[in-house]
Design a protein around this ligand. Structure first.
Ligand code: PHE
Length: 493
């Protein structure tokens, strides 16, 4: 079967920005900045982008493009055993996908409710009772959130449609989903900063507390944010790189991707904090008392702020949740495509449609647990462990295999031959030393803190069964997938 590529390098760049820019920018970044010294965090994030984000992004895209295959075979071409690293990355990515889509499903419900501001005045009740049907704790299950389940199915139909013709359908989708959010963000910025009190919010977000720069927590937060935000370590950028022609330029593209992603973060921060400033002024409370991140920001606080707008409330609701969905959906389908590409490598004769369909089916089924009445707790726990441990371990393994166990010169030369902007010593330093050391530190720090103060207010069994156990199963699953799929292709080689 003939292999398809991105129609041109710009479409690839858009797709990668689409994958990178998502909820990490909209609801994770502004909150982290607020927590870690405002402008000081923004500076830390720029540094983290330069010393680990951009080098690793270059590595992933370059590796995919060089090997012309998805994560598992790209690593497999370095050394056969490394294929497991690829599968482990993809397995973790698929876990993220299954809950990320549930968040998208809430967004689908909210877009539906936007026209009539259906959340009413009790936005908290609407989210937790009407949408989530949330139980009293992780140990109390039974029952479903029907809005979440139906939203999930709708959301998956869109993701399937985006991926069902592989790079061809993705190219069409990202031309919209990766550009419109910039336009909407610009409109929302103008609205937000012209509201009363916006400045009070923006001050909290941007005025630097330079003292925070000596706090190791700030750096750890900046590093993990860069990882999550650039969609690294889940095999996505490797897969997207493998869909580039072997002759395509690399490094300038990487800068566009990192820059575009950073811009979305800053724009989101302005919208979020401008709006929070206004809301606090209207309610006569301090801005810090209304600041939140995560689901509560988008689904409780923002609807409240939208209610308080002086005019065109529904319009702004539609713009906000429309943007929310577009930001999230192209991150979601990049996760699916990453897995699909690796399966296609193993079963080149099978149609892309079929692969996409089967994976979507598995995705919906594995998402169902997050649409039960205890879904939010499950989601929170899985997210915590996958992002803080799984992703970090894969990042370390990636850097070590490429930097130490392979003549990374090969990759360096490959990248430099096709790029105006050359990589060299600094890139090598980052891959060999900085990334493994910093991520190693992050891992140890997280583990020590976790043991001292377990995450959230969950019972230990829940953390172990829902958070730790799935992580321990990742190597087993990777092994099984490799064994099941390698019979066909690798034997032919
Ligand atoms: N980069 C996406 C975001 O910021 C999240 C994501 C992480 C998506 C990993 C795919 C893989 O929301």
């Amino acid at each position: 079967m003939e292999k398809h590529f991105w129609p041109n390098n710009w479409v690839f760049i858009l797709a990668a920005i689409g994958s990178a820019a998502g909820l990490g920018n909209l609801w994770r970044f502004p909150y982290l900045a607020y927590e870690h010294g405002g402008g000081a965090f923004v500076l830390a994030l720029i540094i983290a982008n330069l010393v680990i984000g951009i080098p690793l992004l270059t590595l992933e895209i370059g590796l995919g493009q060089m090997m012309q295959s998805g994560a598992s075979d790209a690593f497999g071409h370095i050394k056969k055993q490394f294929r497991y690293i690829g599968w482990a990355a993809l397995t973790l990515g698929f876990m993220v996908l299954s809950y990320y889509m549930v968040v998208v499903s809430w967004g689908v419900n909210y877009l539906g409710a936007s026209l009539s501001l259906g959340w009413g005045n009790d936005t908290e009740g609407f989210f937790f009772n009407n949408i989530l049907n949330l139980s009293s704790g992780v140990d109390t299950l039974g029952g479903m959130s029907w809005p979440a389940l139906s939203g999930l199915i709708v959301a998956w139909v869109f993701v399937y449609l985006a991926v069902h013709k592989g790079v061809q359908s993705i190219s069409k989708a990202v031309v919209w989903t990766a550009t419109i959010p910039f336009v909407i963000l610009a409109i929302l910025i103008i609205r937000a900063v012209t509201l009363d009190g916006a400045l009070d919010g923006l001050k909290l977000f941007l005025i630097p507390d330079w003292g925070a720069l000596v706090d190791p927590k700030l750096w750890l937060a900046a590093f993990s944010q860069v990882f999550f935000s650039l969609s690294l370590a889940f095999g996505i950028m490797i897969a997207y790189g493998s869909l580039k022609k072997r002759t395509d330029e690399i490094t300038t593209g990487v800068l566009w991707i990192a820059g575009g992603n950073f811009l979305v973060s800053i724009m989101s921060g302005i919208v979020v904090f401008g709006t929070l400033g206004y809301m606090a002024t209207q309610q006569g409370v301090s801005v810090s008392s209304v600041v939140t991140g995560g689901p509560a920001l988008a689904f409780v606080v923002f609807p409240q702020a939208i209610n308080l707008l002086p005019a065109f409330n529904s319009l702004f609701a539609i713009l906000f949740f429309g943007m929310f969905l577009m930001l999230a959906i192209d991150s979601a389908f990049s996760l699916l495509e990453a897995v699909a590409v690796s399966f296609k490598d193993r079963y080149p004769q099978t149609s892309t449609r079929k692969v996409a369909f089967l994976l979507s089916l598995v995705g919906i089924i594995s998402g169902i647990v997050f649409t039960t009445t205890g879904g939010l707790y499950f989601l929170d726990i899985v997210d915590h462990f996958v992002v803080n441990y799984g992703l970090v371990v894969i990042g370390i393994l990636e850097a070590l295999t490429v930097g130490w166990l392979w003549k990374e010169k090969e990759l360096e030369n490959f990248i430099n031959e096709r790029s105006k902007l050359k990589i060299g010593k600094k890139w090598n330093m980052s891959i060999r030393y900085i990334i493994p050391l910093f991520l190693g530190w992050l891992l140890i720090w997280n583990t020590v803190n976790e043991l001292r103060v377990p995450y959230g207010e969950y019972p230990t069994w829940a953390l172990l069964c829902i958070g730790v156990l799935p992580l321990l199963l990742v190597p087993v699953v990777s092994f099984a997938i490799e064994k099941l799929t390698s019979k066909t292709k690798m034997n032919e080689e």
